[in-house]
Write a protein that binds this ligand. Structure first.
Ligand code: C8R
Length: 232
């Protein structure tokens, strides 16, 4: 039996849970399943929200495990067509701009589970039923097996395992370690692509581009790559 306690939960070095976490999760789930991808309209957002919070509430936030997220993964299973998975590393913005224009392509954030969790922070505490809105473990300063890091490793692994056909990765050519073995892409995803299912991994190594109008041109060229003004 656990009793609510008078003392505040322990202070960590990372940002606390996102205010209104549960409401945001529920709202994003309904937005995605009712408005963005009605083919997932059968998903039970109430259950998904509960499975998400149950994965980490009343648990030590330094002993999160893949197992904790299994029910959530099951409730958010989704088939991504072959030839449409897009991975990225240190190129969040460009990769997501790319799939916003190319609606037939999917980053993890274009799937239900990634859409729900993107940009959020969450953790609980072993001695409380509540979320910790004050602080959460920082992956380097406190512990690696915190609820957020374990979550992204777990969902990224599934996203990679399920990929098929020709897949793409958007890498940042303007940073020193373009392929970072410690990133989620270099540490988790690349090792979980199934050689029998994935035929080609196409890597876009993108450099920062300067000058006015260029970014817009590039986005136009995403839609019309064969246009003469895009072929140079
Ligand atoms: N992926 C991993 N992490 C993700 C993520 C995602 O889709 N979405 C968010 N918001 N995050 P980075 P990377 C958070 O170095 O490590 C998948 C996590 O807190 O720029 O190679 C996705 O499928 C994570 O620590 O990229 C993609 O292919 C940072 O943002 C890779 O993994 C991402 O840090 C990207 O992960």
């Amino acid at each position: 039996l656990m009793w609510p306690r008078a003392t505040p939960p322990r202070a960590w070095n990372g940002t606390g849970s996102t205010p209104h976490f549960s409401e945001i999760v529920l709202g994003r789930c309904f937005t995605y399943t009712q408005l963005l991808r009605p083919e997932l309209g059968h998903a039970d957002c109430g259950q998904i929200g509960k499975a998400f919070t149950n994965a980490f509430l009343s648990k030590d936030p330094c002993h999160s495990s893949e197992q904790d997220y299994q029910l959530l993964l099951k409730l958010t299973s989704q088939t991504i067509p072959c030839h449409s998975s897009v991975f990225w590393s240190k190129s969040t913005q460009l990769a997501h701009l790319y799939t916003r224009v190319r609606q037939d392509m999917f980053t993890l954030e274009d799937t239900l589970i990634g859409y729900i969790a993107d940009g959020l922070n969450w953790c609980g505490d072993a001695g409380s039923y509540e979320m910790n809105y004050q602080s959460c473990p920082h992956w380097r300063k406190d512990c690696i097996n915190n609820p957020v890091s374990v979550f992204w490793d777990t969902v990224s692994k599934r996203f990679a395992e399920n990929a098929c056909g020709e897949v793409q990765v958007v890498l940042n050519g303007s940073v020193s370690n373009t392929f970072d073995k410690n990133s989620t892409f270099g540490r988790v995803e690349i090792h979980n692509l199934h050689p029998g299912k994935v035929s080609v991994l196409k890597a876009w190594v993108m450099h920062d581009i300067g000058g006015v109008y260029r970014p817009i041109k590039f986005l136009q060229c995403v839609k019309s790559p064969e246009d003469s003004s895009c072929r140079k």
